[in-house]
Design a protein around this ligand. Structure first.
Ligand SMILES: NC(=O)c1ccc[n+]([C@@H]2O[C@H](COP(=O)([O-])OP(=O)(O)OC[C@H]3O[C@@H](n4cnc5c(N)ncnc54)[C@H](OP(=O)(O)O)[C@@H]3O)[C@@H](O)[C@H]2O)c1
Length: 291
């Protein structure tokens, strides 16, 4: 018999987890949100569960309590639950923040709950019924009992449990933000730069996305050192000079980003031995002199 679960903060991630758990025969219990309207929408999306605005009520009968509120609400919610007249011994409580560790749930641990943090390394921009976590790594750390139960739960919904030590969670999450959120901002910079070609951001995305997808595939298959192509990797100084004038038309932050990343490309090219140390030094001088 699977444990009954509650989701406190049934938003984008909470709804997605709730739906996948319900599909794998975990009985849905309470679902809490700030507003009843949102909790009702969550219940409809999950296909069961009792909507409420009370976190305590939502948690009352669940053996597995998942807190998927925004990060800033996790400690206040844990304190609120710990003050409630509920028996916590034997229950599992986990939050889904990437940056916070299970230590954020200390008030519930001191009441006898077994606590953990679970974080899917995925970007859920909107809860979609067809969204699956098949093959998605889930960072997991916490009390041994909670980790054992949650490992089974993650495997049940197709995820891959990965141990991230409690003290490393902030760094683990920062890297995820650099590789995902910063990448989104970086792509937006590129698409907006195509204004000079007379293209809007959507048209620019259509033009450049096959290249972007191919590049990510190459990095996945070959690693960054072997995946690098382009004029820096070839030591093609004449082409880099041609870029200088075009670069003047772009905003200062995009120019800075290009300079920093092209320097990093030169060091990758040096490691790949596609350029000599002399060519790397010439490339660095040229990039340093860019507008
Ligand atoms: N989205 C992702 O891609 C993703 C991926 C991995 C991890 N996470 C983590 O998952 C957590 C939630 O992120 P999200 O993107 O799903 O956020 P979200 O879509 O904004 O959902 C947050 C939900 O929490 C509810 N809420 C806010 N304060 C509350 C409180 N005090 N008590 C009960 N419910 C409360 C909100 O209610 P209303 O709807 O009524 O406003 C909303 O339903 C965060 O810890 C985040 O770091 C998110």
């Amino acid at each position: 018999m699977k444990r009954g679960f509650a989701i406190l903060g049934a938003g984008r991630l909470g709804r997605t987890l709730g739906r996948l758990l319900a599909l794998r025969n975990y009985p849905p219990g309470g679902l809490s949100c700030r507003t009843l309207r949102s909790a009702r929408q969550a219940s409809a999306f999950i296909g069961g569960g009792t909507p409420t605005t009370s976190n305590t009520q939502a948690a009352t009968r669940a053996q597995l309590v998942l807190i998927a509120t925004p990060d800033r609400e996790i400690v206040p919610v844990a304190r609120q639950l710990a003050r409630a007249r509920l028996a916590w011994t034997g229950r599992i409580v986990a939050h889904t923040s990437g940056a916070l560790s299970s230590a954020a749930l200390a008030p519930l641990k001191s009441r006898g709950a077994s606590v953990a943090s679970i974080h899917p390394l995925a970007s859920v921009a909107a809860p979609r019924p067809d969204l699956e976590f098949r093959g998605t790594p889930f960072a997991l750390e916490g009390d041994p009992k909670a980790v054992r139960v949650l490992r089974g739960m993650i495997l049940d919904i197709g995820g891959l449990p990965v141990t991230i030590p409690r003290q490393a969670k902030a760094l683990y999450h920062l890297i995820a933000c650099i590789l995902s959120n910063d990448l989104v901002a970086f792509l937006a910079c590129g698409f907006e730069s195509a204004r000079g070609l007379g293209l809007g951001p959507r048209q620019a995305a259509r033009l450049y996305l096959p290249l972007i997808r191919g590049t990510v595939e190459n990095v996945a298959g070959l690693g960054p050192v072997k995946a690098l192509t382009g004029p820096v990797s070839r030591g093609d100084i004449a082409t880099l000079r041609l870029h200088t004038e075009a670069l003047r038309t772009l905003p200062a932050d995009v120019r800075r980003l290009h300079r920093i990343l092209a320097l990093r490309s030169a060091s990758l090219a040096l490691r790949a031995r596609t350029i000599t140390p002399e060519l790397a030094a010439r490339t660095a001088r040229l990039l340093g002199a860019l507008p």
